[in-house]
Design a protein around this ligand. Structure first.
Ligand code: ADP
Ligand code: ZN
Length: 722
């Protein structure tokens, strides 16, 4: 009954059709007054987990959040949907704060956002205030701040245990996007909620396309990249303040709308630049990592790293700032091993060998990621201990054809250089040696060796790539330690003797086309109309002095530009159009769409949407709210083969199989359509055998080569109905 109420609020107030990830389960638990710990990736939709219960409960929900800069926007966004909300923090004057206290006492406020330090300011005063009120729920946002293991420890958070002590009957929900086990343990302990339910969502961000480019002429490459994204918002991270300033200035010279952000700028400039970015007035922010915590801009379309982040955690968090609205977004990293070496210099924690070792190891893992030839998403999710067995089909490695060639001669040159210098030198020395560098670094006795300069026709970068390739294939190895040297392996001699041919990978050529196609099929909106709708939106945003996404998110505008609503009721079906926003803005946006359609002879396509919604199966990875599986299904039902669909969509065959498997329980695809009849029984048996582990890989291993993950998943879907 109450969850029904929650669903109504979701639709009427927020304008969304269905819950995402664990939202529904969490809301149900909170409504039953259970304490909850919720782990969801950035952009997953954590806020609704407490906002909706807050609206159902009598009384007021207290939201503790360290992100002062965000509070105002969050409250504005709630008000735009007709929810009574307020905030208290140190940016307000005393009289403003008094006004807030008064209105909260008045009893209308459903959500009160409070900075943690405000909570404890003036001794017990605030707690006294809370005792006067009817507090229905405590929500602790960014709960990882309570742990010194996290990346953003805040001492004030340590005092939050008092909430449970003073208000034992009031449920408490803690939310974070940091999943680490140690952090998790601290959250349970320090908030004094040992019995809380734990909800962990997949950390996959399916709408982010991960891409790494070798760092060569990174500035030119960056310009190419930006040129294709002129209308889009993005963040570009650099390591140092100087490079931030220089790059921002260069980009402005090139006619881009770019501003700088780093801790060296004065506070006013920083705030001004941030504000301008949030309001879409500036498209690009060039920043150090000081920028980002608390950036809740939903339409960041790309995050670029000009320099290497120092660990995977930072990389994932920073790239996670892209695409919070669920639309396709890019994460681009410029990578060189030189950066790894450079950062090693900073990674040493003086007087703490153990800590230094951890930092160096994390840095090496970051290097491995940069050099990866296999699915990047799989690597990232596995790094965070999440099972992800298939290739994702939407990272550079998954969408790039790698061309191999006979590299035996190159390999022989490389290995003989290692051999002739007695396996006592590192990669960069060997490459210089091969290229016949005149540097003094090269020892005189080496300059007389026959191999010296034998590889001068191959560029330095190409040599680096070939060596990485040879290492990956085990033809040469690198020792551990601070000064790693190259050494030969058991198979090296066979190569040198000409007994083993070697295949090398051509320098990677990105098939940009492939990903573009995938995007167009997945999001068939009309860009021209989308831009017109953005203009309408910016008029409202300026009038009301709020960031544009408070009016409507990009995702909502994209839906309008896809389904072309022609009537009020059609407009109400667009995701993100709740009752109040419909009343305020509906007519203007409807007009814009209708005019566009009549000029271009187009009609409503809302049918496509309602069909999708009714039939949509529940899928775990359906984070973006847009059903990519459904697109595969449509093509499949139109008679296309699986490999054919994979090619058209630029996705892996296994991905398409996964998509289709989801429709077995709904009856839209029959099992026989993609698993041969005689294979079904063996798969069924294997599933039974490993029923307890509930994991795919042991089953696959057991069945062997002849059975694909897709087939196993299909039978599983048929057996279990999910
Ligand atoms: P988080 O706090 O986890 O980073 P938010 O709560 O800010 O994420 O949500 C990210 C975006 O997703 C917001 O624009 C929000 O309105 C939207 N959103 C949340 N839940 C849903 C849903 N069930 N359907 C559609 N959009 C949603
Ligand atoms: Zn991939």
């Amino acid at each position: 009954m109450t969850i029904e109420k929650a669903r109504q609020i979701l639709k009427h107030q927020f304008g969304y059709d269905s819950f995402r990830m664990n939202q529904e389960a969490v809301i149900e638990a909170v409504l039953n007054k259970k304490d909850c710990v919720v782990l969801m990736p950035t952009g997953g939709g954590k806020s609704l987990c407490y906002q909706i219960p807050a609206m159902i409960f009598d009384g007021v929900t207290i939201v503790v959040s360290p992100l002062i800069a965000l509070m105002k926007d969050q409250v504005e966004a709630l008000r735009a949907n007709g929810v009574e909300a307020a905030f208290l923090n140190s940016t307000q004057s005393a009289s403003e704060q008094v006004a807030v206290f008064r209105s909260v006492r008045g009893g209308q406020t459903k959500l009160l956002y409070v900075a943690p330090e405000r909570l404890f300011q003036g001794g017990d005063q605030f707690l006294e205030f809370l005792r006067e009120l009817k507090v229905s729920l405590f929500a602790i946002d960014e709960a990882h701040c309570i742990s010194s293991w996290g990346h953003d420890f805040r001492p004030e958070y340590m005092r939050l245990a008092i909430l449970k002590k003073e208000f034992p009957g009031v449920p408490l929900i803690a939310l974070t996007a940091t999943a680490d086990k140690l952090v998790r343990k601290d959250i349970f302990e320090r908030l004094a909620i040992p019995e809380a339910d734990l909800y962990i969502s997949s950390f996959n961000r399916p709408n982010i396309y991960y891409q790494v480019e070798p760092k060569r002429k990174s500035y030119d490459q960056l310009l190419d990249f930006l040129e294709k994204r002129k209308e889009e918002s993005g963040i570009i991270y650099c390591l140092s303040r100087n490079s931030v300033d220089a790059l921002a200035a260069d980009l402005r010279d090139q006619g881009f709308s770019a501003l700088a952000y780093h801790a060296g700028l004065d506070k006013t400039t920083r705030e001004k630049n941030q504000e301008s970015f949030l309001k879409d007035e500036t498209k690009i922010v060039v920043a150090t990592i000081a920028f980002g915590m608390g950036i809740d801009k939903s339409n960041v379309r790309f995050v670029v790293h000009m320099d290497l982040p120092k660990n995977i955690e930072s990389y994932y968090q920073e790239t996670g700032r892209a695409g919070r609205d669920g639309l396709p977004s890019d994460a681009l990293l410029f990578f060189s091993w030189g950066d790894v070496t450079k950062l090693k210099g900073f990674a040493e924690v003086e007087g703490n060998a153990a800590q230094s070792a951890i930092m160096l190891k994390k840095l090496d893992t970051m290097g491995t990621f940069g050099d990866l030839r296999t699915c990047r998403r799989k690597f990232l999710l596995n790094y965070f201990s999440e099972e992800f067995t298939d290739d994702c089909g939407s990272c550079d490695n998954c969408t790039t054809e790698v061309a191999k060639f006979d590299g035996t001669v190159i390999a022989q040159k490389a290995l003989s250089a290692v051999y002739r210098t007695n396996q006592r030198f590192g990669l960069s020395y060997i490459v210089d040696f091969l290229r016949g560098s005149r540097s003094e670094k090269i020892r005189d006795e080496h300059k007389n060796i026959k191999t010296y300069g034998i590889g001068a026709d191959i560029s330095k970068d190409a040599w680096y790539e070939y060596f990485r390739d040879l290492m990956a294939q085990g033809f040469v190895a690198q020792t551990d330690g601070q000064y790693p040297v190259l050494v030969l392996t058991e198979t090296s001699m066979d190569v040198l003797a000409g007994k083993t041919p070697v295949q090398l990978t051509k320098s990677r050529v990105r098939e940009e086309k492939l990903t573009r196609v995938a995007r167009e099929v997945a999001f068939p909106h009309i860009p021209e109309l989308f831009n017109e709708l953005r203009r309408v939106r910016s008029v409202f945003a300026r009038e009301e002095n709020v960031p544009p996404y408070v009016v409507f998110s990009d995702a909502t505008l994209v839906e309008m530009a896809t389904y072309l609503p022609q009537t009020d009721s059609e407009m109400r079906q667009i995701s993100g159009v709740g009752d109040l926003k419909f009343e305020r803005y509906g007519a203007d946006f409807l007009n814009e769409v209708r005019n566009y359609c009549s000029r271009n002879g187009l009609r409503s396509r809302i049918d496509l949407k309602s069909k999708r919604r009714e039939r949509r199966p529940r899928t775990k990875r359906d984070v973006d709210g847009r059903d990519t599986s459904r697109i595969s299904l449509d093509l499949f039902q139109a008679g296309r083969s699986i490999p054919d669909i994979a090619r058209e969509r630029g996705l892996a065959v296994s991905t398409i199989e996964n998509h289709l498997a989801r429709f077995i329980p709904t009856g839209e695809v029959s099992l026989e359509q993609f698993v041969q009849a005689e294979k079904v029984e063996p798969i069924r048996k294997a599933i039974d055998k490993f029923a307890e582990s509930n994991a795919l890989s042991p089953i696959k291993e057991y069945l062997g080569e002849d059975y694909s993950y897709g087939e196993i998943r299909a039978v599983m879907a048929a057996v279990s109905g999910r």
